[in-house]
Ligand binder design. Sequence first.
Ligand code: NAP
Length: 253
Amino acid sequence: MTTRTAVITGASSGIGAATARRLAASGFRVVLTARRADRVEALAAELTEAGHEAVPYALDVTDRPAVDAFAAGLDRCDVLVNNAGGALGTDPVSSADPADWQRMYEVNVLGVLHMTQALLPALEASPSGEGTVVVLTSTAGHGTYEGGAGYAAAKHGAHVLTETLRLELCGKPVRIVEIAPGMVKTDEFALNRFRGDEAKASKVYAGVAEPLTADDVADTVDWAVTRPPRVNVDLLVLRPRAQASNTKVHREG
Ligand code: NAP
């Protein structure tokens, strides 16, 4: 019998990498996917060195044939963590680039759809009866803010996909979990959003005493998937104490 297996998308940085570390420590064989092969290979080597089972796999979640080929080669999947995603730009609706919106929809919504469709048969067949789909949405999936329409629209889409899937799979041995974080300080999220502009990216966190860390979020994923199979954590929203809503953030100085 193979080991309980967790597939994590976007495992090359931030929340995905932290989740891989947590789930490996919880005894899962972790399959680390992202587009940057060197990053997932390095993390897999680190985890293997520490005595865990970790397999790297270069994968773009927007590439359906590649996702299907990946799923076909997998002998087992008990947990799928749909974490790959991100934001592009903070332009208002009046001037936002539709290409940015399209890209955000492709990765945050269609990426989740591709991975979930491809792995559902394996999740339903989980020998431990613990088939679990986790979707990393965002508080932007539950409310909006100025300059955030494109990202919020995509994350609302991921939220709706998740809620609908839970309804449709009711009665099957698969849990559907949504984790919706507020502000998390990761190395690349804001940098990618501002297309590499470090000054703009650092302003996101300016004066915020303690934004959430990637590991804070990974801890919630680990907690949700390690509950007894009868317990479905539908939606877990977490924010830093300094952030009361998407638009109310306490900044010092
Ligand atoms: P991050 O460090 O930028 O991580 C994003 C990950 O997604 C990377 O590993 C990236 O890897 C991967 N990715 C992007 N496009 C991909 C694609 N087409 N195919 C496969 N992998 C892809 O950001 P993060 O802060 O950890 O965010 C992780 C998730 O949490 C995202 O869904 C984000 O929207 C959500 N979230 C973040 C925050 C926050 O404040 N940071 C708050 C709420 C929700 P490659 O580039 O190697 O492919």
